[in-house]
Write a protein of this length. Structure first.
Length: 143
């Protein structure tokens, strides 16, 4: 197989695996009346603490208008709240509420197990190698 064929086949396998993992995660989080993007925002806030809307947009890789919509939905559900920066009124932080934190404490371990189980066909060294290769590919593709 030449470089082009290998690249195309690798791309297809990468997309298929990504789609299957996304389906698994979607099924996992819909039990809690969340979509994948809402869960991703909550996961970011759970692990990194309060974030600006701009940082959330960059980390979650969604459009600005979608970011605002997702945060609005999470706010309506009582999972996040907005806080204005006292030093700069133009900056707004998003933070998990107590309800959001409690939900993430409940569901994140289950989510982590689901992902771990999904990748259990790979040995530890294969996971490490896959992570390094995907990180290398992401770096070469840029932002």
């Amino acid at each position: 197989m030449n470089q082009t064929e290998q690249s195309l086949n690798t791309f297809i396998q990468l997309i298929r695996a990504s789609n299957k993992l996304e389906k698994i995660v979607r099924q996992d989080v819909t039990q809690y009346q969340l979509n994948i993007t809402e869960f991703a925002v909550m996961e970011l806030l759970f692990h990194k603490g309060k974030q600006t809307i701009q940082v959330i947009k960059e980390k979650i890789l969604i459009a600005s208008s979608s970011t605002t919509y997702v945060i609005d939905q999470l706010e309506k559900k009582g999972f996040v709240t907005r806080q204005t920066n006292i030093n700069d009124k133009r900056v707004t932080f998003v933070v998990l509420t107590e309800r959001g934190t409690l939900l993430m404490k409940e569901i994140f371990p289950k989510h982590a197990k689901t992902i771990t189980d999904s990748m259990s066909c790979l040995e530890q060294n294969e996971l490490e190698q896959l992570l390094k290769l995907l990180a290398k590919l992401n770096r070469s593709l840029g932002k």
